[in-house]
Design a protein around this ligand. Structure first.
Ligand code: CUA
Length: 145
């Protein structure tokens, strides 16, 4: 009986300890004040990259109440790493009809790797209430041949 209690105790303690570790090891940060000088965020939009596991990087700077870029074209079949941060408050980042759904926080870099293999227009919208212009926060993602 004593060893069972000890055993459960060890599980309990290790569960608590694992809760203190960073959830994602790749968590990255950016100073919202320095976005315009940042090597990635100073150039919002789609960029072709070489030697990575993805073909393009799609950089978004999000702020109340817009996405920059407000419209983007992606070649069909492209594997894209979306990289986003917020200038001000927490915003959502949901691309309708896809599994892309992130929370964009000031000071943090959010990423999502997605292959856009279906031609069409996809609405990017904010699904976190962020103020009076929340419902108007949109961008248009066009997947083209
Ligand atoms: Cu941004 Cu709601």
């Amino acid at each position: 009986m004593g060893s069972l209690v000890l055993f459960l105790g060890i599980i309990f303690v290790s569960a608590i300890h694992s809760g203190h570790e960073p959830i994602a090891s790749g968590r990255e940060f950016v100073d919202p004040e320095l976005i315009d000088k940042h090597e990635v965020f100073s150039k919002p939009g789609l960029h072709k990259v070489e030697g990575k596991d993805w073909d393009y990087e799609l950089v978004f700077v999000v702020s109340a109440f817009n996405y920059n870029p407000g419209e983007v074209e992606i070649p069909k079949g492209a594997k894209v790493k979306i990289i986003a941060t917020s200038r001000d408050v927490v915003h959502g980042f949901e691309i309708a009809q896809t599994n892309v759904n992130m929370m964009i926080e000031p000071g943090h870099i959010s990423t999502f790797v997605k292959t856009f293999d279906k031609k069409g227009e996809y609405l990017l919208l904010c699904n976190e209430y962020c103020g009076t212009g929340h419902a108007d926060m949109k961008s248009n993602i066009k997947v083209v041949d």
